[in-house]
Design a protein around this ligand. Structure first.
Ligand code: KPL
Length: 314
């Protein structure tokens, strides 16, 4: 398949490298430093071994050349811009994957694509949830942090487009699961991210350390508040279910530094607003106080001094 990967950070880099090494024709869109490094040395993935694969790299989405599938593997706050850039680059929609953490991603991507000219992107935009940990070592160089899987909608308007992504990811050796009640899975992941990402970032510890005190109690307080916000939004999870999800992900990605910790350490904006900020928004709408979530978000905002941005339309 001809695959366009917009955003070549940890997740985009890993996906693109695995697709290319499975025989797909991959074009990646990234920042100038990543593009320079990929053109010179290939896209490098360090797992148990080190592999370097050749992909086409560019800083802007090419207008020419048909692609079968696109993945927007940019950060939450860049989804609107990337979606608009893609829609401006071709008149007709193509199956486009949105594998970000956080809430409200599809709404932003759809609105930006419509503003940029796509008529009915609904069946083409495929929200995905994944737990495949990766670390960006340097532009164009990624380390795999453990096992994970990709979840795709098993029902709904984007089901047919999701079939194509299932085929692509399976052909590249990823574990894929289709889920009929997909919005619930988006929330399930948001609960885990709400407990792991901001806390691991402000405490500066890898995910597995959150299973130990004193961090465990803090993580469980964040998780409890996220469960309450989810219920207010119509998605019920028992405390036990949410706790076992948190423990499973923290164990499977124990040595991984969460994406938010990586962003904090690299001086980048973080995804705090699409995770904790979105939960606080739900809390406000439903009269719920979420003090632990507010405190960790405020702490992160203090540390990043204006770097965090919510998902926004282009
Ligand atoms: O989604 C993640 C992230 O870091 O953003 C987890 C699953 C917590 C892996 O680190």
């Amino acid at each position: 398949m001809k695959v366009l990967v917009v955003g070549v950070g940890a997740t985009g880099g890993l996906f693109a490298a695995r697709f290319a090494s499975s025989g797909h024709a991959v074009t990646v869109i990234g920042r100038p430093a990543a593009v320079r490094s990929i053109r010179a040395d290939g896209l490098v993935v360090e797992d148990r071994t080190r592999m370097s694969v050749r992909v086409v790299a560019a800083t802007t989405i090419p207008r020419e050349g048909p692609f079968d599938l696109a993945l927007l593997t940019v950060k939450t706050f860049d989804v609107g811009r990337a979606s608009a850039d893609l829609a401006r680059s071709r008149p007709d929609p193509l199956p486009t994957l949105l594998p970000q953490n956080g809430l409200g991603i599809e709404t932003v991507a759809r609105a930006s694509a419509v503003d940029a000219g796509w008529k009915d992107p609904g069946p083409w935009l495929v929200r995905a949830v994944h737990s495949i940990p990766a670390t960006l070592l340097a532009p164009g160089r990624v380390r795999v942090g453990g096992e994970g899987e990709l979840l795709l909608p098993g029902a709904g308007p984007a089901r047919v487009a999701a079939d194509r992504f299932e085929e692509l990811f399976r052909s590249a050796g990823f574990r894929v699961r289709r889920v009929p009640e997909f919005e619930r899975e988006v929330w399930r992941k948001a609960l885990v991210n709400a407990a792991i990402n901001p806390l691991s970032a402000v405490r500066g510890v890898p995910n597995g350390r959150l299973l130990e005190e004193p961090w465990r109690s803090e993580a469980l307080a964040l998780l409890g508040e996220a469960v309450a916000a989810a219920a207010a939004a119509g998605h019920r999870f028992s405390e036990e279910e949410a706790r076992s999800d948190f423990e499973r992900v923290a164990t499977a990605t124990a040595t991984n530094r969460s994406s938010m910790l990586q962003d904090l350490e690299r001086g980048r904006p973080t995804e705090i607003e699409a995770i904790s900020g979105a939960l606080l928004e739900v809390g406000r709408e439903h009269g719920l106080d979420l003090p632990a979530t507010r405190a960790v978000r405020d702490e992160l905002l203090r540390r990043t001094a204006g770097r965090a941005r919510p998902p926004q339309r282009s």
